[in-house]
Write a protein that binds this ligand. Structure first.
Ligand code: UDP
Length: 335
């Protein structure tokens, strides 16, 4: 089996490649404009299964040449498209960069997939496409009112993918809620890091100040509520999607990928303090700051459709997420 993974150097892409290799011994052809420590670890563990091409998906002519080369050698069964800029607040600052990068790369990829008769696509979309929730839990029919340029870029990509399905493409759009945690030695690494769980774990271990953005949201304790999903469960949703696409059991679907459990930011902080109590650096503290641009108060998935149509059964809870993220950070420090 040959799987083309864009953005396979990143957190979710590398974890997905790992699981696909372990389950199917598949060849993962990774295209990404960056290398990363996750990719390095993956390549060291599975040198026979990883083929890496460093390329910017926005460069259409270079990508065309690469597609010629790849398709001469491999029959690509499925494309999983992760590559994107993905920081909400940053997208507010640099809308042109976000729209241009996320949309152009997707259009280039789709065009070349169609040209080379590669028909199966899994796209990493985001729960942020819903915008401010009109009701919770949010189902897939909830109106799409993206609040940030990042969310807008994902919504536009979803629409473009829908159109391309008329050209023979079969797609599954996965709208991620809040993936976090680690799979052993592969964990969350962004530069700069902006996500709640890795920042919280780092300050618990290293003894820094953790900032909670906003305590005046219309939620039970004033902090934002999110549906945190363990990275291993999230990766599983891709594997299930892949199997359905390959068996031709599904056509052009959109799924929420969450676990239908909301936790406020303050609850996450308190849970981590409870779990790691004896091991927390005494210099750790948390403070409240003003809201971060682009954040919506609550995002919790109704995850019934993915359960029903893909047989998705998440295995992990918030405690597992925090524990795996802690183990990952500790392991990194001890290296
Ligand atoms: N958050 C926070 N402090 C941080 C990072 C994040 O309070 O240092 C909050 C953020 O405002 C949001 C929630 O945690 O309400 C989840 O943010 P994250 O960036 O992890 O994911 P997002 O929901 O933006 O995709």
């Amino acid at each position: 089996m040959n799987i083309l993974i864009t953005g396979g150097s990143g957190y979710i892409g590398s974890c997905t490649a790992l699981k696909i290799i372990q389950k199917y011994k598949a060849k993962c052809i990774i295209i990404d404009k960056k290398e990363s420590s996750n990719l390095e670890k993956l390549t060291l563990s599975y040198p026979q299964n990883i083929v890496f091409h460093k390329i910017d998906l926005c460069n259409y002519s270079a990508l065309s040449v690469l597609f010629e080369e790849i398709t001469r050698e491999y029959k690509i069964d499925v494309v999983i498209h992760f590559a994107a800029y993905a920081i909400v607040a940053e997208s507010e600052k640099y809308p042109h960069t976000y729209l241009q990068n996320n949309i152009n790369s997707t259009v280039n990829l789709l065009d070349l997939m169609v040209k080379h008769n590669i028909n199966n696509l899994i796209f990493s979309s985001s729960a942020s496409v819903y915008g401010e929730a009109k009701y919770v839990p949010i189902d897939e029919d909830h109106p799409l009112e993206p609040q940030s340029f990042y969310a807008l870029s994902k919504k536009v990509c979803e629409e473009i993918i829908q159109r391309y399905s008329k050209k023979g493409l079969n797609f599954i759009n996965l709208r991620y809620f809040n993936p976090a945690g680690a799979i052993g030695y592969l964990g969350e690494e962004h530069n700069p890091e902006t996500h709640l769980i890795p920042l919280l774990i780092k300050s618990l271990i290293e003894g820094g100040i953790f900032r909670i953005f906003g305590n005046d949201f219309p939620t039970k304790d004033g902090t934002c509520i999110r549906d945190f999903i363990h990275i291993e469960d999230l990766v599983d949703s891709h594997i299930l999607s892949m199997e359905k696409l390959l068996n031709e059991e599904i056509e052009n679907e959109v799924f929420n990928v969450g676990i239908n459990q909301g936790h406020s930011v303050l609850e996450v902080v308190n849970k981590a303090i409870e779990i790691f109590k004896n091991k927390i650096n005494p210099r750790f503290k948390y403070i409240f700051e003003s809201r971060r641009e682009g954040d919506v108060p609550i995002l919790v998935a109704k995850a019934e459709k993915i359960k029903r149509k893909l047989g998705f059964k998440p295995k992990y809870n918030l405690e597992d997420i925090l524990q795996s993220a802690w183990n990952y950070q500790i392991h990194k420090i001890s290296l």
